[in-house]
Design a protein around this ligand. Structure first.
Ligand code: PT1
Length: 361
């Protein structure tokens, strides 16, 4: 799937609390407390891309060769409020807290301890302000090894069950496997998070559709084990867009409504530093997909590459900067390890952007 014209909102500013549409320029951005007044138009000519920034009026009225209908449809997708996600309003950035259930994260005790520690960690993240807890039993970090399905089930099911009984936070399961999706849904998970966008397991599309749950579709190039060896793109920002748009269409064809889909450009998944920062700079582009967006940059290697921080635990400041870059571009869900720190940063951002502490109430 490849388009020839792409719209990216630029000129984004915090919206007044109750904008009178007649007196404010621009359009709301993807249901966020933000508006945009101009768009960058990217046009693909084969392997060449040209970009220019124009007003919203010019974007709709000018003849872009393929007609003006596409631009109007994209502006609608860019500005429409997003539906609730499993009951959670997406009218401002929400925090997804990471709960890894892998031996290297909670390994000091036996298997029972591993689950209990993960549950305790999830409860702490919920208390700190995570609206979603993302439970993962297979590391998909660069170079990570494959985990058999039985082992992944053994890791995540007790944690999903334990958290389901003890918190109102939404629970997502970070898995590429159909069987884990099915069993997690039965155990009370609210959201499926698949870093392969339902491409890894041939049964995953059916399992996801049958679950009726919302699904996070992430872009990755290649398999986690080898993905960062030699990633190739024509234009990374647009190639990721095309991939996600294609996956949305495949999901719709399989009976999953667009209202159940969330996209994620997949920071660190088959991307070198220059690819990652190009995507970070252009996040608002992905709102044209018309669905909520998730950003996961927490403690990732790009922070080390930019700022020489070899130990992931020392990457909290860079992770907060990435979260704010996302928030300022209308990202609805931010996936992080450090929930309390991210909550604080987002609260200061929201209050200062709105010019009112009342937004925090
Ligand atoms: C993510 C994500 C994820 N990231 C979603 N799920 C991971 N939806 C796991 C590095 O470069 O961004 N979005 N599930 C973790 N994967 C990585 C990838 C961890 C790269 C670290 C790096 O350091």
């Amino acid at each position: 799937m490849q388009r020839s014209i792409y719209l990216r909102p630029v000129g984004i500013f915090p919206a007044p609390a109750d904008p009178d549409e007649a007196t404010f320029a621009g359009l709301p951005l993807a249901g966020q407390p933000l508006r945009f007044t101009t768009v960058e138009i990217a046009e693909r000519h084969g392997s060449r891309v040209s970009r220019r920034i124009v007003t919203l009026g010019d974007a709709v009225e000018r003849d872009w060769g393929r007609g003006t209908i596409d631009a109007a449809r994209d502006l609608e997708a860019l500005s429409a409020p997003r539906p609730r996600l499993a009951g959670l309003a997406l009218d401002r950035p929400r925090i997804m807290g990471i709960v890894n259930v892998t031996p290297d994260s909670f390994s000091d005790g036996g298997q029972h301890d591993e689950a209990q520690n993960a549950i305790a960690h999830g409860l702490k993240l919920a208390e700190e302000g995570a609206e979603i807890l993302d439970i993962g039993g297979e590391s998909t970090r660069p170079g990570a090894d494959y985990v058999p399905v039985e082992e992944e089930l053994r890791r995540v099911l007790p944690v999903i069950e334990g958290l389901r009984a003890r918190t109102d936070a939404l629970i997502s399961v970070d898995t590429r496997k159909a069987e884990v999706m099915r069993r997690a849904a039965a155990a009370g998970a609210d959201i499926l998070n698949d870093v392969s966008a339902l491409t890894h397991d041939p049964e995953a599309m059916t399992a996801a559709a049958e679950s009726g749950l919302p699904i996070i579709l992430m872009h990755a190039q290649g398999d986690p084990r080898t993905m960062n060896d030699n990633p190739q793109y024509s234009d990374v920002v647009l190639d990721v867009f095309d991939y996600l748009e294609g996956r949305i269409l495949v999901c719709e064809a399989a009976g999953i409504p667009r209202a159940k889909l969330i996209t994620d450009p997949g920071i660190g998944f088959g991307k070198h530093l220059h690819h990652n920062v190009a995507v970070m700079a252009a996040l608002s582009q992905y709102h044209a997909l018309g669905v909520p967006m998730l950003l996961g940059a927490s403690r990732k290697k790009l922070i080390d590459h930019i700022s020489d921080v070899p130990n992931p635990r020392d990457r909290v400041p860079g992770s907060l900067a990435a979260a704010l870059v996302g928030a300022a571009q209308g990202v609805q869900i931010i996936r992080v390890h450090d929930v309390a720190a991210t909550r604080q940063a987002l609260n200061v951002w929201r209050a200062s952007a709105a010019g009112s502490e009342k937004v925090l109430a």
